[in-house]
Design a protein around this ligand. Structure first.
Ligand SMILES: [Zn+2]
Length: 453
């Protein structure tokens, strides 16, 4: 046999092994709100908030990356949260359709203007807000987006950038001490060899609840404007992965000036101003970035069991609000997952990311846990913050990744019993939506174990 022919055959047998490839795809997951359709309960604030229309579509948006045989797919989904049970169905569906193994991270944006996919915002206490047909539709569309992103993978270049100060910090109003934000935005874009954008993913932390509790129009909240502007500026598919949104990162209460009117932004302009600025800043930062060589895309995950201390969560499970999801184990724990993503080139680690299954308090991401008189566990060890444990120049933290267990509070700041932190006259908001005081130490330990591997 001709030797050159043999070389060609070998090359074809291991297509692009080692070369960095990327693909991106999205699907629409807007619920059906026609008058003859079942009611859509909007999640995130009070109960029985019925959708009356659609302002902008909801999406599942995925970016697939690979160097070897096993792709990693990162998806942001415009929902309040998806439980691990539904995420596992997406993963299994994608594996079956592709006929290959892959890693999938599904991070809910935590949008507060979309359907109740967790069951907590139904018509009245004790009645679920989940429409099972809708959750099944989300799973099916998410599988489609993952599969399309993987099938579309081609040789690609990767660029990374950071931006954020000072505007993005001013978009966050922290309503619980300590006032700690992680306002930095990390942007990742992949482009083909003709420099056409395949997809752009940004990671930033803030509650998508800019439209507030009175709105009844379905919307992705501030990510909607980010998707639109980013795709106009760069092309490709825009993906949003939220960050450490706990304790309590919200645009509500922040004063944001609309650049078009130079007046304080209100209503939908309040949300749009945030999203537009995210896209503008990320685009500018990426324009100054250079392509990085990537020869390894790795993802690892660890399963952990967290004791369920929250009586409200137990009652919700007993009333079947979760629709069979989140089954507690006989020992009173609930199982969830912690993930770790790493992109490297040669000996250089370029990007690391933590995939955290809920709403992490930012002091657990960037540091700044404080000990206050009044805390329930004043002697609890302070959990080491996650980002400082990573060594890459670019660090991401995906919140509500693969699960939503609620707020993840430093154990030494846990406060369910009076007196309250800082001698506040009433209890702070947080613990009521947290699985329990052991979540933070167990998640930190799992992440540290993943880093050591
Ligand atoms: Zn929240």
């Amino acid at each position: 046999m001709n030797r050159n022919y043999l070389v060609l055959l070998l090359a074809l047998a291991t297509p692009l092994s080692g070369a960095f490839r990327a693909g991106a795809a999205y699907r629409v997951i807007t619920p059906d709100i026609r008058s003859d359709a079942p009611p859509v309960y909007i999640a995130g604030f009070g109960q029985n908030r019925l959708a009356t229309g659609v302002h902008d579509p909801l999406f599942v948006r995925c970016l697939a990356m690979a160097t070897g045989k096993k792709p990693v797919v990162l998806c942001g989904v415009d929902l309040i949260g998806l439980f691990l049970d539904d995420v596992e169905k997406i993963r299994q569906g994608a594996r079956t359709q592709l006929g290959r193994d892959l890693d999938v991270v599904i991070s809910s944006t935590h949008g507060h203007e979309g359907p109740d996919t967790m069951g907590l915002w139904g018509p009245k206490p004790g009645v679920t807000g989940i429409n099972e047909t809708y959750n099944a539709f989300v799973i099916q569309r998410s599988v489609e987006a993952v599969v399309a992103a993987v099938k579309g993978m081609k040789r690609a270049q990767l660029l990374l950038a950071r931006t954020g100060f000072p505007d993005l910090k001013s978009f966050i109003n922290d309503t619980r001490p300590p006032v700690v934000n992680d306002p930095e935005l990390i942007a990742l874009t992949v482009r083909d060899r003709r420099r056409r954008t395949i997809g752009t993913l940004i990671n930033w932390a803030n509650h998508p609840e800019a439209l507030g509790s009175a709105n009844t129009l379905v919307s992705a909240d501030y990510p909607a404007a980010y998707y639109r502007v980013m795709e106009t500026l760069r092309g490709g598919v825009a993906v949003f992965m939220n960050g450490a949104v706990g304790g309590m990162q919200s645009p509500l209460g922040a004063q944001i000036i609309d650049p078009t009117t130079r007046q304080p932004a209100e209503g939908f302009r309040f949300a749009e101003t945030i999203g537009e600025r995210l896209a503008d800043l990320a685009h500018d930062a990426l324009n100054n970035a250079r392509p990085l060589s990537i020869d390894r895309v790795e993802y690892a995950e660890k399963r952990i069991q967290i004791p369920v201390a929250n009586e409200g969560f137990k009652q919700a499970a007993a009333a079947n609000l979760y629709g069979g999801r989140k089954a507690f184990r006989p020992d009173g724990t609930s199982e969830t997952v912690v993930g770790y993503l790493r992109l490297s080139g040669g000996k250089k680690v370029r990007l690391e990311a933590a995939a955290i299954p809920g709403e992490l308090y930012p002091e657990l991401s960037v540091g700044g846990v404080q000990k206050y008189p009044g805390a329930d566990y004043p002697d609890a060890p302070v959990e080491p913050a996650l980002k400082p444990q990573m060594t890459a120049p670019f660090k991401m933290l995906f919140g509500l990744a693969n699960d939503e267990i609620g707020y993840i509070i430093p154990k030494s700041e846990w406060d369910e019993r009076a007196p309250w932190l800082q001698n506040a006259p009433k209890r702070w908001y947080g613990e009521v939506n947290s699985i329990g005081p052991e979540a933070a130490p167990l998640i930190q330990a799992a992440f540290a174990a993943l880093l050591r591997r």
